[in-house]
Ligand binder design. Structure first.
Ligand SMILES: [Zn+2]
Length: 543
């Protein structure tokens, strides 16, 4: 045999190598080209559906080597009852290679619609002092819970022996915890008057030395009184401890009534007794309930305080000094929860926010008073049988009188679940010098808030007509304010009080954005920035 040349051996090895490599490649190719099966749910494996809505089958994606085999899938959604709350399972079974592959989807049928409350009778009721308030109740219907009408809760603190504004609250929750609230305003008026305005309530028993009502003005007080035993001229006299007296002539109205202004700005510091004089000089009395009396106010550069000893009116004048920079009223409290949703009460959220703001102001070196520190009415407002709104107004006025600013924190609620956004409510006659920091807050909140709804607004409201007026520009109105916690501090204490309504608790997406996502802190920071700046301090970001 001919000896194989070196060249031939190399060629043979090369050929063998090519064959081996090709074989390995084929085996690899065969092992990699196994069937590709895809079997998955379209949409999520958990679905939530509103009761009485429609279940739409989203199906599955099933492919074998990119070829649609979804017709081989058996879908069973027959147990879903969209008219009944519950959790249901949908199964998807694919038979492939003698094997059964199963997927499931959970479908929860829920009720997230709140009941609807309708009042029997009017939403504002006037009753005379000493008579009985007749509760007409309300009706409630729910889209699902048929027994909801048996679950109505009526919160009623009307005291017909005490004139004032009261609220009767109707609260109902369906079995899924969706809550609705509605309020009826009850005005208890004195027996002898048709007028429902608290400031005009006149008391029955006139005495000949009576000052019926007093009101702070820019430089003193306005009084309005009654003298039975008269000679046709009327005077009010202020006498200090040393019986040094100042006489003020009053204007006669009818046979027995008088009115007039008493200028206090020229008087020396000290204590004064108030007299009325016509035929005789007698100590003046004021028989109104404490909650209707004026107590103290900043008048010029003086602090003027009234006290009522045995109905006799005493007056004290001293140099004015601020005791607080800001008084914050965390809205509602005690038995009054304010607005509600299934997660939180307004009195709670108002308190959380007010405490946060207080701490932030204190980080700026400011002195802040909270009108309540917990969910009760707290010690500042004291123990009192006064209606809630009166007690609030009294505390706001009393402490606001010695504070540079005061405001209430509130949150909105409405039967219209689509409403969302913030509101700021200011006194009707407040002017630009008082409001410039409020405009700053308005602008910042408008930028932050994720809505352009018409409830993003700054306004005031007329007591008599209930009509809302914008305060977007520098409008100044002379009408009486609608909200008692604005109206009464101004009438009784010269205090400009502001209400902040942060969000609608009744709108769950508004609540979620505002509260769960902590955006309320951003809104609070804008408020803090504006107030500390108005007080002449540089704003510091939170740490
Ligand atoms: Zn409120």
């Amino acid at each position: 045999m001919k000896k194989l040349s070196k060249k031939t051996i190399i060629v043979v090895i090369a050929i063998i190598s090519i064959i081996v490599i090709s074989l390995i490649g084929t085996v690899l190719y065969l092992s990699l080209s196994k069937d590709v099966l895809v079997f998955k749910l379209n949409g999520n494996d958990k679905m939530t559906l509103e009761v009485y809505s429609e279940y739409e089958e989203l199906g599955v994606t099933a492919t074998l080597n990119d070829e649609d085999i979804s017709s081989e899938v058996t879908i069973d959604n027959s147990n879903i009852d969209i008219n009944k709350l519950g959790t249901y399972q949908v199964t998807y079974i694919l038979k492939h290679d003698e094997e059964e592959i199963k997927l499931t989807r959970e479908v929860e049928v829920v009720d997230s619609t709140s009941p609807t409350i309708t009042l029997n009778g009017a939403s504002e009721v006037t009753v005379k002092k000493g008579t009985t308030y007749q509760e007409l109740g309300c009706s409630a219907v729910d889209n699902y819970d048929e027994k909801v009408k048996d679950k109505i809760q009526i919160i009623n603190n009307v005291n017909t022996s005490l004139p004032g504004l009261y609220e009767v609250k109707y609260v109902v929750s369906d079995e899924s915890g969706n809550t609705a609230t509605l309020v009826r305003t009850v005005v208890v008026v004195e027996n002898n008057t048709q007028n429902t305005n608290i400031k005009d309530i006149v008391l029955d028993s006139m005495e000949s030395n009576e000052i019926k009502s007093m009101k702070f003005t820019n430089d003193g007080i306005y009084v309005d009184g009654y003298i039975k035993d008269n000679n046709g001229t009327f005077k009010v006299i202020l006498c200090d401890d040393k019986e040094k007296c100042t006489i003020y002539g009053m204007t006669k109205m009818g046979d027995y009534n008088f009115f007039g202004n008493i200028k206090l700005t020229g008087l020396n510091n000290g204590s004064y007794t108030v007299y009325v004089e016509s035929n005789n000089k007698e100590k003046a009395i004021n028989k109104q309930e404490m909650q209707h009396r004026i107590v103290r106010a900043k008048v010029g550069d003086k602090l003027v305080s009234f006290s009522y000893d045995n109905n006799n009116i005493k007056l004290k004048i001293e140099d004015f000094a601020y005791q607080y920079d800001i008084v914050i009223d965390p809205g509602h409290g005690g038995s009054d929860p304010g607005a509600l949703n299934q997660y939180i009460d307004e009195k709670n959220i108002n308190l959380i926010q007010s405490k946060y703001e207080k701490q932030r102001y204190e980080e700026h070196g400011l002195k802040v008073l909270l009108l309540r520190e917990d969910l009760t009415y707290g010690t500042v407002m004291g123990d009192s049988s006064w209606p809630a709104v009166r007690r609030k107004a009294y505390a706001i006025g009393y402490y606001g009188a010695v504070s540079r600013f005061s405001y209430s924190n509130h949150h909105n609620s409405s039967d219209d679940k689509s409403l969302m956004g913030w509101e700021i409510i200011v006194p009707a006659n407040s002017d630009i010098s008082y409001l410039s920091h409020i405009y700053q807050i308005r602008d910042a909140w408008s930028n932050l808030y994720p809505t352009t709804e018409n409830h993003v607004r700054l306004y005031t409201r007329n007591y008599n007509t209930s009509v809302i007026f914008t305060k977007e520009n520098e409008e100044k109105y002379s009408f009486t304010d609608y909200y008692a916690v604005i109206r009464l501090p101004q009438e009784l204490y010269n205090v400009n009080h502001v209400l902040f309504e942060g969000a609608y608790l009744s709108n769950l997406s508004d609540y979620d954005w505002y509260y769960n996502k902590d955006n309320w802190k951003k809104l609070s920071e804008e408020k803090i920035k504006a107030y500390v700046t108005a007080l002449g301090i540089d704003y510091k970001e939170p740490e």
